[in-house]
Write a protein that binds this ligand. Structure first.
Ligand code: FAD
Length: 588
């Protein structure tokens, strides 16, 4: 049945059925991967799941084929299907909230339908390209990804004319990408920070980027005055989050709007307090929470995170910066790298090895709060009274400018005992505290991806309306309309995916989904900013056009807060496999 003769409710129902059919293939494939990754005791072996280079050749020979590509593709496919399900739910809520003609899809329904169809098509392609790798055969494929319900749905939703029609509708929307569906409180937050981005951040953003300046005090002061640094800190510790429940949605909305102004000069300012406060709330002693959280919340104390080292980035458990016990505290020696905002920060969250036995892996790591003077510029040079030295130099980067990311060298830097996170009980728990901080960082990074996509989309849309080529505005051409339709769709559904995960996190759930949405939206942001630049033609490549900055800035999102591959393989696929059903439960 074609989409044109179905009403929107029926189309959404068909979308849900098609997703169920594809989900069955994914479930079966995950069950297959689980079987192949189980040790004799039934537990999942990370080495068997990953089959990385360290597996001894003898063992390796006995293993089934390498599993990384399958794991990665399953993580991506499950992220897309999860996004599609949140998208369908969004479409339903939007109709309930705003009405719409019974026989005409609303904008939000169009987004959800196009997104679902493209997600299904992408999963079909992956699974049917190498079915045996996914544990599937022809029979399974035809009962799932090639099921008539899936094919009919995709064929109905994906004709060029239908996608271009959405692009034409978007041209009449003035940059708005569907209803946000926020409650009054969060809508007010959004409006406030949209104004800050437009009035304070945007006028300064280009200058900061092109001259690699420090973030101007005008921006810092505004963000501070509005309580942004305390957005993830409970009221009892001086923040603006309720004591009863986390407000991840609030943090997401604020981050998204500030990032629409600039990723480097505003949108990333609350990432560090987000990570530090989550780590402190998870592992800090009451005394530590009372001391540090109010200072962080007020913005009087800026902070930075020093986890990555020159030889270890994704492999957090292997960090080597050495902490040696001395009277009254610890001496830090070694190097860290990519410590963003390390200069302006008055406190660094440093992950260090407190136990000399390397074989202890992550159990030998502890977290420290290192106080230092806050200094502007591209270098750090701090000598403690006892002679310890911390020096640093900002790494020149292609984008993400304003905060500066530093190489740091620790030479007998002293940290008092009371600054070990969690006190004496925190020794050896640094890895867990880091991970607790990073889950907040991930959802926050998804919000950054949404903000940058919105900024890029708006520029692309207005350029497409204005630029005349071959006698017509480029927006009149089908190819541009298809681009605008797809960009708006991925942006709108990515946003709702992020909001939905934020709401789950508010209930204490959604840890794996936070990784999923980070993984997915950051990849999407690369593509959306690429299309925005492309629509600008040569002008898009000029430094003076903000879309060139969006493109460069978006590129970093898949690298930090969990590199794409590490997140896909070690967090998302691992968790999906851990929770996979058995083949018998899925049925044939
Ligand atoms: C602009 C910027 C700001 C940053 N800010 C901070 C900060 O404030 N604090 C901080 O501590 N760190 C920060 N980082 C560091 C960032 O977190 C790391 O770059 C990231 O964790 C990846 O580590 P790495 O660069 O060492 O890459 P590597 O770990 O060397 O990885 C290189 C590539 O290999 C892939 N890879 C890794 N393992 C596997 C595997 N098993 N199988 C297949 N592929 C794999 C990775 O995904 C990546 O693509 C920042 C980085 C950048 C670029």
């Amino acid at each position: 049945m074609s989409a044109s003769i179905q009403n929107p409710a029926e189309q959404l129902q068909q979308a849900a059925l098609a997703l169920d059919a594809v989900q069955k293939a994914l479930d079966y494939s995950l069950a297959d991967l689980k079987e192949r990754s189980q040790k004799a005791d039934g537990k999942i072996s990370a080495a068997l799941l990953d089959h990385h280079q360290l597996v001894l050749d003898a063992v390796r020979a006995a293993l089934p084929e390498d599993g990384q590509l399958v794991s990665y593709d399953l993580a991506l496919s499950c992220a897309e299907v999860t996004g599609a399900r949140f998208g369908l739910d969004y479409a339903k809520r939007a109709r309930e909230a705003g009405g719409g003609a019974a026989n005409e899809p609303t904008l939000e329904e169009r987004f959800a339908l196009l997104f679902t169809a493209e997600a299904l098509q992408a999963v079909r392609n992956r699974l049917s390209t190498r079915p045996t790798d996914f544990g599937l055969n022809d029979q399974w494929l035809s009962a799932t990804v090639d099921h008539v319900a899936v094919r009919q749905f995709c064929h109905a939703q994906l004709p060029a004319e239908r996608v271009a029609e959405l692009g034409q509708l978007m041209r009449a929307q003035d940059g708005v990408t569907g209803a946000y569906l926020l409650d009054d409180h969060h809508e007010m937050m959004r409006e406030t920070f949209r104004r800050v981005a437009e009035e304070v951040v945007m006028p300064l953003a280009e200058e900061v980027h092109r001259h690699d300046l420090d973030i101007p005090d005008t921006i810092l002061d505004q963000v501070k005055d509005l309580g942004c640094f305390g957005i993830s800190i409970p009221e009892r510790f001086g923040g603006i989050q309720s004591d009863e429940q986390e407000d991840n949605l609030g943090m997401i909305v604020v981050t998204e709007e500030l990032t629409r102004g600039s990723l480097g000069a505003a949108g990333s300012l609350i990432t560090r307090p987000e990570i530090l406060s989550k780590a402190l709330l998870k592992g800090g002693t009451e005394e530590q929470k009372n001391k540090w959280l109010p200072q962080l919340a007020s913005g009087d104390l800026l902070c930075a995170v020093a986890v990555t080292e020159p030889n270890y980035g994704s492999d957090v458990a292997n960090m080597r910066l050495k902490a040696t016990k001395t009277e009254g505290g610890w001496l830090l020696n070694g190097a860290k790298t990519w410590c963003t905002f390390g200069g302006k920060a008055g406190v660094l969250l440093v992950l260090a090895r407190t136990h000399p036995d390397i074989s202890l892996g992550h159990r030998g790591l502890s977290m420290f709060l290192l106080e230092k003077p806050s200094t502007p510029g591209h270098t750090i040079d701090f000598t403690q009274e006892g002679g310890g030295k911390l020096s640093g130099k900002a790494i020149s980067t292609i984008g993400y400018r304003g905060m500066h990311s530093f190489d740091l060298f620790f030479d007998n830097v002293f940290v008092p005992d009371e600054n070990m996170l969690g006190g004496p009980q925190g020794e050896g728990k640094g890895f867990y505290f880091t991970m607790a901080g990073f889950s907040g960082g991930r959802i926050q990074t998804a919000a950054r991806a949404i903000g940058i996509m919105q900024a890029a989309y708006e520029k692309a849309l207005s350029y497409a309306q204005e630029r005349i080529v071959f006698g017509y505005p480029i927006g009149d051409y089908q190819l541009t309309q298809v681009k605008l339709a797809r960009m708006a769709t991925y942006l709108a559904i990515g946003r709702q995916f992020t909001y939905s995960v934020g709401r789950l996190m508010d209930k204490g759930e959604g840890d794996m989904e936070a990784s999923m949405v980070k993984f997915f939206t950051c990849k999407t942001a690369e593509w959306v900013t690429r299309e925005a630049l492309q629509i600008h033609g040569g002008m898009g490549y000029a430094e003076e056009t903000p879309v060139s900055r969006y493109f460069i800035d978006a590129r970093v999102l898949s690298i930090f807060e969990g590199a794409e591959e590490t997140l896909a393989l070690k967090v998302i696929a691992r968790s999906l496999v851990d929770n996979a059903k058995n083949k018998a439960e899925i049925g044939g």
